[in-house]
Design a protein around this ligand. Structure first.
Ligand SMILES: NC(=O)c1ccc[n+]([C@@H]2O[C@H](COP(=O)([O-])OP(=O)(O)OC[C@H]3O[C@@H](n4cnc5c(N)ncnc54)[C@H](OP(=O)(O)O)[C@@H]3O)[C@@H](O)[C@H]2O)c1
Length: 246
């Protein structure tokens, strides 16, 4: 059994760590002993609150404004993290957006926006983070159970981006295996965050457990994947959705 400070001495970067699942992951990694950098794009106050929570856990935290639609900003966030903490052990690639749109009417602009953040941004974050990682490095993406169970009206593009992440992780895991870096993907179902605030009551009846997840429940899985004890798992997608995808 590992101690609650299993991540002592580790440094982490959470892409999209100001709110929701990313913020819960950032807090949890700090509680387990890691220093944590996080990126945000539009909510500096929420980012500052998450940094304050990291510091309240006795760890160092920094917030970096970096749009995951911008390749240079992604690389810059990794560079700033390494400059501040001296190394990078854990990357949580969480930044993502949901834009619902019927297949008949979804615009090229919305399609490109979702692809740029949810797919290209994830790829570039993995690439940039891995470049600075030593053996034992952990890369954790946040996909979605829509990769395996869609069927929600207007979700074709979003689901496609999350399915892309699940396959991307397999390829990245193979490429990084020789360096001892693992890459895994968490596929949450409906989770109580700003992203789902408008839809959660409609979706609840479709969930066998009849409730949405608390972000801390997703963060617990992030923490496990970040620890040494998960070291034999790589290239996997772990669905955590109250049984919705069954
Ligand atoms: N909530 C769910 O039910 C659910 C289910 C399955 C999967 N997911 C996935 O989980 C991840 C987090 O979702 P969430 O529900 O926590 O979302 P959220 O509450 O909307 O928070 C999104 C986070 O990502 C950041 N972000 C958004 N666009 C960004 C960009 N272009 N560059 C950098 N950061 C960006 C936001 O920063 P700002 O605060 O600065 O805007 C915020 O920290 C997403 O990938 C989402 O697809 C969520």
């Amino acid at each position: 059994m590992e101690t609650p400070v299993a991540l002592e001495g580790k440094t982490a970067l959470v892409f999209g760590g100001s709110r929701g699942i990313g913020a819960a992951a950032a807090r949890r990694l700090a509680q387990e002993g890691a220093d944590v950098a996080l990126t945000y794009v539009s909510a500096p106050q929420r980012a500052a609150e998450t940094v304050a929570a990291i510091e309240a856990a006795g760890r160092a935290g920094i917030a970096i404004q970096a749009d995951s639609a911008d390749p240079a900003a992604i690389r810059g966030a990794v560079a700033q993290t390494v400059e501040r903490f001296g190394k990078l052990n854990i990357a949580v690639v969480n930044a993502g957006i949901l834009m619902l749109g019927d297949i008949a009417t979804v615009s090229v602009e919305d399609l490109d926006r979702m692809l740029s953040i949810n797919v290209r941004g994830v790829f570039l974050a993995i690439q940039a983070a891995a470049a600075h990682m030593a053996e034992g490095g952990r890369i954790i993406t946040i996909g979605s159970n829509t990769a395996v169970r869609s069927g929600h009206p207007g979700s074709s593009v979003y689901s496609m981006t999350k399915a892309a992440v699940a396959v991307m992780v397999k390829g990245a895991a193979v490429d990084l295996a020789s360096r001892g870096i693992t890459v895994n993907n968490i596929q949450p179902g409906p989770t109580i965050t700003d992203m789902t605030a408008e839809h959660i009551e409609v979706i609840k009846p479709l969930i066998p457990l009849k409730r949405a997840a608390d972000p801390d429940e997703i963060a617990g899985l992030v923490a496990w994947l970040a620890r040494k004890e998960s070291g034999y798992m790589t290239g996997s997608s772990l669905t955590i959705d109250g049984g919705m995808a069954l």
